[in-house]
Write a protein of this length. Structure first.
Length: 77
């Protein structure tokens, strides 16, 4: 569907979107990459206003670093 350079650009774009908590742009990138699982996961997080909670979920999805995830969940309200 996409060439290697386009796919790499989309991967970089989705990582940047997640890093700045722009869930709608991350969803677009994952949709273009054909990752339905992440599109569904992020769709559930779109209305989350708690940045610590959102950060915890994103860390869980991206890194799986249990300590970071737990710390972010503890900081959430």
């Amino acid at each position: 569907m996409y060439g290697d350079s386009a796919k790499q650009a989309l991967l970089q774009f989705e990582q940047t979107a997640l890093r700045i908590f722009d869930i709608s742009y991350a969803i677009r990138a994952f949709r273009l990459l054909g990752d339905a699982g992440m599109v569904g996961f992020l769709s559930h997080l779109q209305d989350c206003d708690d940045k610590s909670l959102l950060s915890g979920y994103l860390a869980l999805a991206q890194e799986g670093d249990k300590d970071k995830v737990q710390q972010q969940f503890f900081l959430s309200s």
